[in-house]
Design a protein around this ligand. Sequence first.
Ligand code: SF4
Ligand code: SF4
Length: 433
Amino acid sequence: MTSELRPEQLRTWGVVGAGGAGFPTEVKCRARAEIVIVNAAECEPLLHKDKELLRAFPDEIFAGLRAVMKMTGAIRGVIGIKEKYTDVIDILHPLLPENVALHLLGDFYPAGDEFILVHTVTGRIIPPGGLPIHVGCVVNNVETLINVGRAGPVVVKYLTVAGAVKNPVTLCVPLGISFSECMELAGGATIPDAVALVGGMMMGAFCDDFSTPVIKTTGGIIILPREHDLVRRYTRKPNHIRRIGLSACDQCSYCTELCPRYLLGHPIQPHIVMRSLGFSAPAPAMMSGALACCECNLCTLMSCPEDLDPRAACIDAKRLACKAGVAPPHREAQAHPLVEERRTPLKRLMNRLGVAGFVNRGPLIAGVAETHRVLLPLKQHAGAPAEPTVKIGDRVRTGDMVADSPEGKLGACIHASIDGRVVSIDGSIVIER
Ligand code: SF4
Ligand code: SF4
């Protein structure tokens, strides 16, 4: 059935990138591509979801991959997976469909950045400001392909709950369940004043409100003590970051020398952006270079010996560039001769982050977790918020559409993730069983 899929069907099922960005999969599937790459690199420390899904659901993933290859006209499929996952590789090898191969990746960060992955797998470099399709590739996350392969409304989410919890696990939960319920499903926190980094330690977001719902892009919840150094770094005030950066940056340029996008030959040089902290009006060239920053956080959390935040400076510069209408410098990029040698091993990164002591596994728990209440934000994807198609008091069943994507706009539909009654609609739809 999935081999006859059409891209617009994915919009009505609400399929969006499950790896973090939430970009509607329909749009990627409308492109003509040569290679579809499955992003199973999962390089954020302590996250295990993609590997667990590949182990548990290879048939659904291959069904999704075949469907995307058919829609895009791709002649090749490649699964980028870390070579250390030998048990999963052994499961996949005999099942590989025709024209699909595995590409074994080293254990480095950020192996899963689309630009890095495309370069590692194909040797092609996406130009600054470009997309994988500019070099003939479409990249999809493992869970996204499961959602394509299942050929129905997206109502569950897979995520790893790790860090300071009793039993780190990968869960399948109804969309809209709360973080606190997920934490309990992992045995609860092992520390009194728990906070979370959502999505990962490198590119995640700080959260201490555990009533927050799981959405289509929640890939992981890392529980940490509030006093953990990473939490301190995530919660620093922008003014403080800027003031310290201005006075303490010695322009050693380590942030640039180890920046994965700089090593791909992109025009980003975070140490130059740091210089701009002292200028009242930074030069457009500085700002346009920052547009090539993928916000991987390596410069801030790994490279900088002074505990500064070049990533924050790059994000500020990007914002200024967008405001000033500065375009990304489109040009051919050539990888740095030391691109391989300067990769950051995950083990070293985990030591640096102070998380090497946490249990580093997340086995998948079978079945979908139960809950009596879900909160479904109308915007949990890139593009326009979905528009409610139900009203308070309506009874809904799992899989019923509750919000539609506005006609002609980028977006995705949203569906009930439990059977129940709609009790509230206000930026989110709340359903109680
Ligand atoms: S690594 Fe830190 S100190 Fe060195 S140039 Fe970059 S921001 Fe400045
Ligand atoms: S966050 Fe830092 S290391 Fe990562 S791409 Fe941006 S400038 Fe480079």
